[in-house]
Design a protein around this ligand. Structure first.
Ligand code: C2E
Ligand code: MG
Ligand code: MG
Length: 571
């Protein structure tokens, strides 16, 4: 087998058969040309201009050249040339005219023909050489028009990569290929911490790595965005080594432990996906790195991911009607004040539940992030807040007491200019005030976009809303920043509680966080408390509020009502 390298030079190698269309109204000429070219090219024949155009339209992606007789019955060769020139998708196909008329040569060159062959025909070798040369020149021209390079890394552009990959697929339909996406995790931090020129150095090192590996495996590499690189190479088996090789140049600009490369791979052995799909899927696999806890050096897109992709698309198909059909419901998880004797019911957190008619219960920690990515969360959250306000009202009417309910406010909601107005309206519609509804905002919303966030947080607090920082400890609040953050409570991330035991490291951490709350003069809420031991340890450490299965699972509105009633009766 010939070495089928996806390299610029491969275009000139005779490692695949190109296709040529011969147009002549004399069957004998067709046969003659066919005999000359048949051993080197796949051939189409046309006896009229109309038939020629028909074939060209159908086979344009596969045609390398057209040999065109000028004197045809009906539509003549000039008209065929004009027609090709006026169509962007056909103009790049080189045409050699066949004629015995010297005058006609000039005219046809003016109309876009690349060369001519005089009748009666030259020697076979000459014909073959001119045809080969015309095809090569046309390929060069197409490539040159696309060969933009990235000024920082010198890598080829994405447009070139796609063009090249398309060509490769066309001519090597039986070769398996890999689309690979390489990304440096949290690259912006390098720029922020060490300056842009260091960031550039890192990008150049990644470029060097992907270029070398792409070359080695007969492929091309390109930088498509700041820190995102694409590679298109022959299908590989050993990705461990491939990733190691990509990293080699990086090792001379940073410590190996600091190299946070994410690599996503889509293998297309049988060319079943389009080029765009392949890279989208490789990118999806690449993005899974941040979601998965293990630090694999690469992730290969697999069938399960494909099914997941389809599942997600179906889930998100029609949220409007899902809300209208009542697929979403609310549950309330009690929070207990443990600062006094025993534990006293003091508030609740509302959590949304989704019962999908086809897929059954869908987990919030699965669909909430999806809704956030797709901008659907705003609608869902507004539904949840509105229903929560109505529930608070109903409990007040039934039991004569208002229990403040915390609602989750997604980081996406924060940028809704109408947020404060909307919250005020649903409260006033139900005769409630801002004290009755606390807002849980995840810590990462605080740290992602500080200045804009601060303004909104201040506005909300001025209106009397209490802000609880959810999942505290998961984000990266600096201690310095914490002192100036607009917060009214810290909600410890569940992960901190999980393994606490008397005097262990985890417990020390929790004690430290509680002392931060005390320093800031805000209560600390522990969620995900599942055992008595955890509860007692937290109480001893000075934690203020507790939420978790140990006290109660999330409850329906009526179950929670019954709890309020019981609490009232015990007073
Ligand atoms: P979160 O706000 O941190 O909510 C606490 C999660 O912990 C809830 O999961 C709750 O059911 C669970 N949980 C409570 N007690 C325990 C326990 O003792 N052990 C364990 N292992 N888990 C406990 P859920 O309901 O699955 O919600 C997951 C996340 O989804 C929430 O985390 C929140 O970020 C988001 N979410 C839920 N409802 C909404 C909503 O209406 N809007 C928005 N934007 N996000 C929501
Ligand atoms: Mg929450
Ligand atoms: Mg939480």
């Amino acid at each position: 087998m010939k070495n089928q390298v996806l390299d610029i030079e491969a275009k000139y190698e005779q490692d695949f058969r190109r296709t040529v269309l011969i147009v002549d109204d004399e069957p004998v000429n067709l046969r003659l040309m066919g005999n000359i070219l048949g051993d080197e090219y796949d051939l189409f024949y046309a006896e009229s201009g109309e038939e020629a155009l028909d074939i060209i339209h159908k086979e344009k992606d596969f045609l390398s050249l057209v040999l065109l007789d000028l004197h045809l019955k009906g539509m003549d060769g000039y008209e065929v040339l004009k027609s090709l020139q006026s169509d962007d998708s056909l103009r790049a196909i080189p045409v050699i005219v066949l004629t015995s008329d010297k005058e006609a040569e000039v005219k046809s060159l003016e109309l876009g023909a690349v060369d001519f062959l005089s009748k009666p025909f030259d020697k076979t070798q000459v014909i073959k050489a001119r045809i080969r040369r015309s095809i090569e020149l046309a390929i060069d021209r197409n490539i040159i028009s696309l060969t933009g390079t990235d000024s920082l890394t010198g890598l080829l552009t994405k447009q070139f990569l796609f063009q090249y990959a398309g060509e490769y697929d066309k001519f090597h339909p039986d070769n398996g290929v890999d689309a690979i996406v390489v990304n440096f995790s949290k690259f912006h931090l390098l720029n922020e911490l060490y300056g842009r020129s260091y960031g550039d150095k890192v990008l150049c090192a990644i470029a060097e790595g992907v270029r070398a590996v792409a070359r080695k495996h007969g492929g091309v590499a390109s930088r498509v965005d700041a820190d995102i690189f694409y590679m298109y190479i022959e299908h590989q088996e050993d990705y461990e080594t491939l990733v190691k090789e990509i990293k080699i140049p990086l090792e001379s600009v940073m410590k190996p432990g600091d190299i946070r490369l994410k690599v996503g791979i889509y293998q297309d052995i049988f060319h079943t996906a389009s080029l765009y799909q392949r890279f989208d899927r490789a990118l999806e696999a690449c993005n899974l790195h941040s979601k998965s806890l293990q630090s694999e050096s690469y992730i290969v897109y697999d069938n399960a991911m494909h099914e997941q992709e389809i599942y997600v698309a179906r889930l998100l198909e029609d949220i409007d009607s899902a809300i209208k059909q009542g697929q979403f419901s609310l549950v309330f998880q009690p929070k207990y004040d443990i600062t006094g004797k025993g534990a006293k019911l003091c508030s609740a957190e509302v959590l949304v539940r989704w019962r999908h008619p086809k897929y059954g219960n869908v987990r919030p920690d699965f669909f909430i992030p999806l809704f956030e990515e797709n901008g659907l969360i705003k609608e869902l959250d507004r539904f949840v807040w509105t229903e929560a306000a109505k529930a608070i009202r109903r409990w007040k009417d039934m039991y004569g007491m208002t229990i403040p309910v915390s609602v989750n406010v997604s980081r996406v909601d924060i940028f809704d200019p109408d947020l404060t107005c909307f919250l005020k309206k649903i409260l006033s519609d139900n005769g409630l005030t801002a004290e009755n509804m606390h807002l849980e905002i995840t810590e990462t919303a605080y740290t992602d976009n500080t200045s804009q966030f601060f303004n909104i947080a201040r506005e909300l607090r001025n209106e009397g809303f209490k802000l609880e920082m959810d999942d505290f400890g998961k984000g990266y609040s600096s201690l310095n920043m914490l002192t100036s953050l607009p917060i009214d409570a810290l909600k410890l991330d569940m992960a901190f509680i999980k393994d606490i035991a008397e005097d262990n490291k985890e417990m020390k951490m929790v004690e430290f966080i509680i002392s931060i709350g005390q320093f800031l003069n805000v209560p600390v809420i522990a969620e995900g408390v599942e055992t008595k031991e955890q509860y007692l340890l937290l109480k001893k450490a000075g934690c203020n509020l507790i939420q978790g299965y140990y006290f109660s699972k999330p409850l329906t509105e009526s179950e929670f009502g019954a709890l309020i009633e019981k609490e009232e009766a015990e007073k």
